[in-house]
Design a binder for this molecule. Structure first.
Ligand SMILES: [Zn+2]
Length: 256
C-alpha cells in the first residue's frame, strides 16, 4: 500500500512544508482518509481517481478541503464523491458546512451524469468495504464522535488513529492483526502542554508512550502524524528518545 499525507502549506522555496495544519491521507492514490488539504494539495491523478473519502471526524482541519474538492470536480464527475462517515458526522456536515450558508448542499445537486455527492453512513465499530479495501472502524477518544481505522488491501493493513487521547479499542484491534505494516498515530502537543492536550483530547509524547505500551507487535512501523505546527520541533525532540517511532514526512509517499 502506498500512503501519503498531503502537504498543508508550502515553504519559502515553494516546496511542501513539513508543518502539518490539515490532515488528508491518501492510500494508493485512490481513497482519502479525511479531506483537510485534499482539494489544495492533491495531484491531478489523485483528483481524477479519488471518489471515496473516509472521515475520522468533522473538525475543520480534517474537512477543510472537502467542499472545494467536490466543487472543482462538479461538472466532470461521472459518479458522485462518496463520503463514508457515521450518521453523527453526516448530520454535522449537512447542518454546519453544506448548509447553503457556508457552502452549497452538494448532496442535493447533480451534474449531467447524476449526483455529485453521496453519503455512505456506518456505525462506529462497523466493518465496511470501499472498492478493494476492507475498512474496520473503531471509536476513539476525542472531543467529538471520532473514528480510527484499520485499512486492509487484502494482503496487508495499516492503522490510523485519527485524533484521539488515550484509547484502548484501537490498540486491541491492532494486536489482532498479523498483517499490520504500519500505524499512523497522532501526537499533537508537547509534554508541557498536557493540560491542553487533555482538554482537547489529543496525545503528548508521554501519552503516546503509554499508548504504545498497549501494542504487542514490536515490528510494526509507528509513524507520528498531526503534530501541531508551532510545537513541531519540541514534539520531535521529545519523540527522539523513543526507539520505535518516526515522525512522518509530510508529502512523502510511503510504500508498505
Ligand atoms: Zn480533532
Amino acid at each position: 500500500m502506498r500512503v501519503q499525507l498531503l502537504p498543508s502549506t508550502i515553504d519559502e522555496d515553494g516546496r511542501a512544508s513539513a508543518r502539518q495544519h490539515l490532515l488528508s491521507m491518501i492510500i494508493d492514490d485512490t481513497i482519502a482518509i479525511d479531506a483537510g488539504s485534499l482539494a489544495f494539495s492533491c495531484s491531478d491523478r489523485q483528483r481524477d481517481q479519488i471518489r471515496d473519502i473516509i472521515l475520522t471526524h468533522t473538525h475543520l482541519d480534517h474537512i477543510a478541503g472537502l467542499p472545494m474538492f467536490v466543487d472543482d470536480l462538479f461538472a466532470s464527475l461521472e459518479r458522485p464523491v462518496c463520503i463514508h462517515a457515521t450518521s453523527e458526522m453526516i448530520e454535522i456536515l449537512e447542518r454546519d458546512l453544506f448548509n447553503w450558508e457556508i457552502y452549497p448542499r452538494f448532496s442535493e445537486l447533480s451534474n449531467e451524469k447524476g449526483k455529485v455527492l453521496e453519503y455512505q453512513p456506518f456505525e462506529r465499530g462497523a466493518n465496511f468495504a470501499v472498492g478493494q479495501y476492507s475498512i474496520t472502524s473503531v471509536a476513539v477518544n476525542h472531543q467529538v464522535a471520532a473514528c480510527g481505522y484499520i485499512v486492509s488491501d487484502g494482503s496487508q493493513s495499516i492503522g490510523i488513529t485519527g485524533d484521539t487521547a488515550s484509547t484502548d479499542e484501537f490498540w486491541k484491534l491492532c494486536n489482532e492483526r498479523s498483517d499490520l505494516a504500519a500505524i499512523f498515530v497522532e501526537c499533537a502537543f508537547p509534554d508541557e502542554m498536557s493540560q491542553l492536550a487533555g482538554v482537547s483530547c489529543h496525545l503528548t509524547p508521554s501519552g503516546l508512550k503509554g499508548e504504545l505500551a498497549k501494542l504487542d507487535n514490536t515490528d510494526v512501523r509507528v509513524l507520528v502524524i498531526n503534530i501541531k505546527p508551532m510545537y513541531r520541533q519540541t514534539v520531535l525532540q521529545q519523540l527522539a528518545e523513543f526507539d520505535r517511532v518516526e515522525a512522518l514526512d509530510v508529502g512523502k509517499v510511503y510504500d508498505f
